[in-house]
Design a protein around this ligand. Structure first.
Ligand SMILES: [Fe+2]
Length: 417
């Protein structure tokens, strides 16, 4: 089955999307002091300042340099500092040393952003023959920047979590009054189904080709796993009982001394957690967040269930409108309810591998997803740190099974026998 090429974005819409996306990044960075913008707590996480510059470099490298004659960068060395992993775009700085780069400072990075914005504005309002092609690249650049918006806040949370004062990125908000939502399942017949991007609107290359897949009948939970359920797992000795775990997962959990999700601690007999709104009591009926694939899988086995496959997730929820708790003006933490979009990314049992017929695109942009298709697992559904503009039912994000710092949770599925 051949997937049609994604429908191109109209040039005017590209300008709107560009302005909206760049503006959101500026708003996310606005509460940060220069010192906050420097934090790099681990190799997987990057400083906010680097995200601000790297997303800017992306437009410069893939649009302005090749298409605007006479374009000049404020500093050609930025290409070395702010290229992430594109080997075909040239050499780059070490990923684990991004937090050591104090110059350019925050003001110079803000100037870099303004310089590229001005050049992009001139390009997008210039009425060029290649406007449609440019619009497609702008769309990719904006979706790329949206991915970094999510990383910016989740990397920041990780960085700030090492500060004993546990500063709040945004004002604390009172916890909602929560009510236990009963755990129910919806049955699906399965069979031969079609999944993947259908050609309407933007999608990454890894969401194509649309193709047939077979799935047995299954049941999938109507809401994600909650903190209340996770605490029951903990209190039942779930972390220590190797019967529930993959051997590799249990070895990691033992070595890392995992006894609860990331950012949790106990205080006066109550579980607390660190959030983008500072320390908060764990909301019992909100979806559990900051658990690895290994933990999610062990929980599911303990619960007499399993994680869904990505095929099951896609066919179960693709008709549900994309609405939910997203980054835009949201509470920045998962909220109780029956939502599927937003709140927490849901681990699936599917490895991030190419769909049948996938070919890596030529050139540096072909490195975007294709070279990561090994040893990572797919998560679906978006989170409270995902921009709403980015979400669609075919979206596949992917992380390594030991990673926990993203807004990662889970939903249960079961075989129908
Ligand atoms: Fe990137």
């Amino acid at each position: 089955m051949i997937s049609p090429a994604p429908a191109p974005l109209a040039p005017n819409d590209a300008l709107d999307l560009y302005a909206r996306t760049r503006g959101r990044t500026r708003a996310l960075a606005a509460p940060l002091r220069p010192e906050d913008q420097m934090l790099q707590s681990m190799e997987d996480a990057s400083p906010a300042k680097w995200h601000l510059a790297h997303t800017t470099w992306f437009f410069e490298e893939f649009i302005l340099r090749p298409r605007v004659s006479g374009y000049s960068s404020p500093d050609d060395r930025f290409a070395f500092l702010f290229n992430s992993y594109y080997t075909q775009a040239g050499p780059r700085h070490a990923r684990d040393r991004r937090g050591m780069v104090s110059r350019p400072d925050c003001a110079e990075v803000a100037d870099y952003r303004a310089h590229v914005d001005a050049a992009m504005d001139a390009l997008l309002t210039g009425g060029r023959d290649d406007a449609e092609e440019i619009a497609g690249l702008v769309e990719l650049g904006c979706h790329h920047e949206m991915q970094h918006q999510e990383l910016l806040v989740t990397d920041l949370l990780h960085g700030l979590s090492f500060n004993p004062l546990l500063p709040a990125y945004r004002d604390p908000q009172p916890l909602p009054v929560t009510q236990e939502v009963p755990l129910t399942f919806t049955r699906h017949d399965g069979g031969l189904v079609e999944i993947g991007h259908d050609g309407a609107g933007f999608a990454y290359d890894c969401e194509s080709p649309r193709h047939r897949a077979f799935t047995q009948a299954f049941e999938i939970a109507d809401r994600p796993v909650t903190n209340r359920e996770w605490i029951a797992f903990m209190e039942d000795g779930g972390y220590d009982d190797a019967r529930h775990w993959f051997m590799e997962g249990h070895a990691v959990a033992t070595r890392e001394e995992w006894h609860h999700p990331l950012y949790w601690w106990q205080q006066d007999g109550e579980w607390w957690t660190y959030t983008l709104r500072g320390p908060q009591p764990v909301a019992l009926d909100a979806p559990v967040v900051h658990v690895s694939y290994y933990e999610a899988d062990a929980f599911a086995r303990w619960a007499g269930a399993r994680l869904p496959t990505e095929v099951e997730h896609e066919i179960a929820f693709r008709d549900r409108p994309i609405a939910g708790n997203f980054l835009d003006d949201g509470p920045l933490r998962p909220m109780p309810g029956e939502g599927v979009w937003g709140d927490v990314w849901e681990w699936t049992s599917s490895p991030f591998t190419p769909y049948p017929g996938f070919r890596r695109p030529e050139g540096a942009l072909g490195e975007y997803n294709g070279k990561f298709m090994v040893n990572q697992m797919v998560l679906r559904g978006g989170s409270c740190a995902t921009p709403r503009d980015q979400m669609r039912s075919t979206y596949r994000t992917f992380f390594y099974p030991h990673q926990r710092w993203q807004m990662m949770g889970l939903r249960l599925a079961r075989d129908v026998t």
